[in-house]
Design a protein around this ligand. Structure first.
Ligand SMILES: Cc1ncc(COP(=O)(O)O)c(C=O)c1O
Length: 462
């Protein structure tokens, strides 16, 4: 079986973000099973899943409640369209999503926050993070057309941003390695500096900088607000850009500036949503409620592709009218709101509640921080960034000068390769070692994650 799958893979598959010439020179790890925080390969070896199968697994693999919800749904119907029809899982999930984005589980009684907050109310489904972002951009664009501010036709985003791989998402992306080549295909978007304190583009140091990066955003907004429909941001953590954690107050500042300059704030919580940062959504940390919210990845607990773009009632209302007014949002995907995926997502949210996942997570976050702090002294660990269960360990050639490793040194891959030999599955972002374990990871497993990561860094670098 192993030989057969390997041969078929090498002959027919084209893997994402992969140089296939190199890929076919080695035999792949073929995953055949998962359980809790682990995945098993075709030879029967188990690996700790240190990146939650690309940042999606929330309660671990083979979670009974989610397995059962999908199986039960299969016994009813697996898919029917939302174009012209409805179905129970999509409607029930929409209500639950609106409920949680409005922070109803939150004990805080801040009424100002509630009114701002209660406006996020309309759920538009799609299939993955990129489509959630495309939809957000198109909704923002069309909104201004409908309300008569037709000059608002472009967007503002950040360097080091990653919002997906479709053309709209790439237009607002900011990772040169992935995005530069496509520039002739992209629409114009303004770019503000990333809040990357370790390598500040403005040459400043936090907190003495007084968040100069926010002033740079304001400069762009001040000059171009008549053209800018929306600002898209990954709240608190720029994930694929290298787990870049923004300094306190930054996100709130972005919210304030968007309101001041009449620009829609689009929060891309594809990576940060569903508990990753320690709260259900990252925007909650700074009470920076967006006008449009993009969700995907963890929405189904890591089971099935599903995404949601949630807009405020005010935005949604601008799309209402007679058909002949042409205010309809002419957008949709074949599997929009797939019944199985919505059933999985409902079960995912119910597990959060039943198991008090977020409450239990807080102590694990502390344990993870403690474990990470031991690596801070390593000679080639330049920066350790953590927000909740999102971690980036940036490796540098020279700690003093922050000189980075060259692309061709593939240092991240070497460390992750060593970790794999030791039974831990990781995937780096360039020179940054990423840790994104399932929220359900046990304390013992967390210890193993830290131990193997630490050993792998030391063994590869020394
Ligand atoms: C913040 C963010 N937005 C969008 C995406 C794209 O999601 P997908 O790969 O599901 O299209 C990602 C993927 O990593 C992401 O991290």
């Amino acid at each position: 079986m192993k030989k057969q799958v390997t041969a078929l893979d090498k002959k027919y598959l084209w893997h994402p973000f992969t140089q296939m010439k190199e890929w076919v020179e080695k035999d792949p790890v073929i995953v055949t099973e998962g359980r809790g925080s682990f995945v098993k390969d075709i030879s029967g070896r188990w690996y700790l899943d240190g990146i939650s199968s690309l940042w999606v697994s929330v309660h671990g693999h083979r979670k009974k409640e989610i397995d059962t919800a999908i199986k039960d749904q299969i016994d009813k119907v697996s898919h029917s369209t939302l174009l012209g029809l409805s179905h129970p899982p999509s409607a029930i999930l929409a209500e639950k999503l609106v409920h949680i984005v409005q922070g109803s589980g939150d004990k805080q009684k801040n009424s100002a926050l509630k009114t701002q907050n209660s406006k996020l109310r309309r759920v538009f489904y799609s299939d993955d993070g990129s489509t959630a972002v495309e939809i957000a951009l198109k909704i923002a664009f069309q909104y201004w057309q409908h309300i008569g501010i037709k000059s608002k036709r472009t967007f503002l985003s950040l360097t080091n941003a990653y919002h997906g791989d479709t053309i709209g998402a790439v237009s607002v992306g900011g990772i040169d390695l992935f995005h530069d080549l496509f520039s002739p295909l992209l629409f114009k978007a303004y770019k503000a500096p990333s809040p990357y304190c370790y390598r500040c583009e403005l040459g400043k140091t936090y907190p003495a900088c007084k968040l100069l990066c926010l002033d740079k955003i304001e400069d762009i907004m001040h000059k171009h607000h008549r053209e800018i429909a929306g600002m898209i941001i990954e709240p608190l953590v720029q994930g694929a850009g290298g787990m870049i954690v923004s300094p306190p107050g930054y996100l709130k500042g972005v919210r304030r500036l968007c309101s001041k300059y009449n620009i829609l704030m689009i929060a891309d919580e594809v990576a940060t949503g569903f508990g990753r940062t320690g709260r259900m959504f990252a925007f909650e940390h700074e009470k920076a409620f967006p006008d449009i919210l993009c969700l995907a990845k963890g929405i189904t607990g890591g089971y099935l592709p599903l995404a949601a773009t949630i807009a405020t009632e005010k935005i949604y209302s601008a799309f209402l009218g007679a058909y002949k007014d042409l205010k309809t949002f002419f957008h949709g995907h074949t599997y929009t709101g797939n019944q199985l995926a919505c059933a999985a997502a409902i079960a995912n949210l119910e597990v959060f509640k039943k198991e008090r996942t977020l409450k239990k997570l807080q102590k694990k976050i502390e344990a993870l921080s403690k474990g990470l702090s031991e690596m801070a002294g390593f000679p080639n660990v330049g920066d350790i960034r953590q927000k909740g269960f999102m971690v980036g360990i940036e490796l540098v050639k020279n700690k003093k000068t922050k000189e980075p490793y060259l692309l061709e040194e593939t240092i991240g891959w070497k460390v992750c390769g060593r970790a794999r030999e030791k039974g831990l599955m990781l995937r780096p972002l360039g020179n940054v070692i990423v840790l994104m374990p399932p929220l359900s990871i046990s304390y013992d497993e967390l210890k193993t994650l830290i131990k193997i990561t630490s050993e792998s860094i030391r063994e590869v670098i020394e």
